[in-house]
Design a protein. Sequence first.
Length: 204
Amino acid sequence: MGRVSSEPSIDSTLSGVGPRLRRARTERGLTLAALSEATGISTSTLSRLESGRRRPTLELLLPISQAHQVPLDELVGAPEVGDPRVRLTPVHAHGGTAIALTRSPGSPRAYKMVLPPRRSAPDPRTHEGYEWFYVLSGRVRLVLADHDLVLGPGEVAEFDTRLPHWFGSAGEEPAEILSLFGPQGERLHVRARPKRRDPAGPGR
């Protein structure tokens, strides 16, 4: 008797690529036109890829993977058997997407958040806690009490959430942040800081 493979067939794997492409695009708040501009792939080709009417190829998937900043195997759907990576489930709320990076209870809690372009005016809120976030990509507008700031990639903000606050994308494209939130007001504790260089230089 021949062996029966439990691995998914190539056809079944490829049939799942379209929904993954659509989900990756919509989670980032991108239109087909915006993705077309970022990848150089026509909107009609992107639409056929997402609907399964166009067979995905490496030449098409690579620029899409780079535009979304996700691994290629995430778009293709690599088998999860034997895969040591944790598959995280995104949560959609208030037009944005949050992915919890901490799985055990306790605090602070870590999230990766995708902030879509905002069209409405800021609506500051207050609640218990302390927030720290790092901008991964895009530009983030932070309204905090009397402050109105715009942060770019690599910049960090931290604040007491009992102050009226609001943050969202400041541009026409989505922004991504890494957020740490302490529900009981916990701050980050830095155990070691980089050694400051002597501006006068050595030997002076």
